[in-house]
Design a binder for this molecule. Sequence first.
Ligand code: FAQ
Length: 325
Amino acid sequence: MYSQGLRDSKAGDDSPELLEAFQKRIDNEEKIEPRDWMPQAYRQTLIRQISQHAHSEIVGQLPEANWVSRAPTLKRKLILLAKIQDEAGHGLYLYSAAETLGESRHKMFEDLLSGKAKYSSIFNYPTLNWADVGAVGWLVDGAAIMNQVALCRTSYGPYSRSMVKICKEESFHQRQGYDIMIKMAQGTAQQKAMAQDAINRLWWPALMMFGPSDKDSKHSGQSMKWKIKRFSNDDLRDKFINATVPQAEYLGLTIPDKDLKYNEKSKTYEHGEIDWNEFVNVIKGNGECNQQRMDARNRAYDDGKWVRATAAAYAKKQQKNEKVA
Ligand code: FAQ
C-alpha cells in the first residue's frame, strides 16, 4: 500500500483511508521514504521547506565570502574558506533531498534566481567588520543548529539523514565563530567594541531566523502534526536565547535587549518585542542586501553557463560511446 511510488501520489489520491494510515505511520515514528505514498500537501510542504533551506545555505555563503580576502591571518582565512565550502555542500545535500520528492534542481534554481523562492532573512544583512564573521558563526550557525538538531528527527528520511551530517559541520562552524568572538572580546578596547557592534546588529536578525511567532506561523500546526517540525518557532527561539545569553555574558558583551530578563521561577529568559515589520520587509525583498544577494547569485549562475554546457556535452558523448560499445 505504501510503496506506490512517486507517480501514484497525485492530487486527488488523498483518500481519508490513505491519510489516516499515513498519519498512523507518522505517529508511530516511522520514517517516510521517497517511494512511499504521501499526501500531496506533505510533499509540497517538504519541497518548500527543504528548497528554502538549501537556498539559505547557498546564499548564506555570500556574507562570509565578503571577508575571505581580508581575513586577519592565513589560519583564519583557511578556516573561513573551509566553512564556506561546507555551506555549499549543505546546499547540495538539501537540493538532493528535495529532488527525491520529484522537484527538479533546475526548477529550484530558477525559483531562487527569479526571486520567487525564499531563503533565510538573516542573509540579507551586511557583514561590516571582521567581528561579524565571528558573530555569524556564533549566532547564525548557533541558531541554525538549534533548528537543525530538531530536524534530525524530522519524519522524511532523506531530510533527516542529511541533517545529521550537516549538524556535525554546523557545530564546528558555531565553535569557530565563538572562538573569533573570544579573541575579539578579550583583545583591545577597539576589538571589543567591534564585537559589541556585531552583536548589536546581528542579535535581532538571528532571533528572526526562527520564523514568525507561533500565533502568526501559518505552517507550524500542520508541519508539527506531520512531525516535519518537532518544535514550534517560539520554542526553538527560546531555547536559543537560553543557550546564548550565558555565552554572551562569558564574553563580557551585552545583549541589545533592554527588556531581556531572567525568570527565576521558570529558569528561562524572557525577551523583548521582536520588530516583525522589519522581518516582513526583509522577506518581501526589501532588506539591506536582498538585491545584492540576488545579483551575486544570478552573476554566478551566468558565469557558470559554460561549465554546465561542457558537462552536458561530455555526458552526451559518454552516452553515445556507451551505445556504440
Ligand atoms: N527567513 O509558517 P512559517 C543556515 C517564511 S540555514 C525567510 O513559520 P515554516 C546555515 C516561511 O518560509 C538557515 N523566510 O513557516 C548557514 C513561510 O513562507 P512561505 C535556514 C522565513 O516553514 C549558516 C512564512 O515565512 N534554515 O543558516 C523565515 O513552518 C551560516 C511563514 O512562516 C532553515 O531553513 C526566515 N527566517 O517555518 C548557512 C531550516 N521564517 O513558504 C550559511 C529549515 C519563516 O509560506 C552561513 N526551515 N519564513 O512563503 C524551517 O525550520 C522552517 O521553514 C522555518 C519556518 C522555521 C524557517
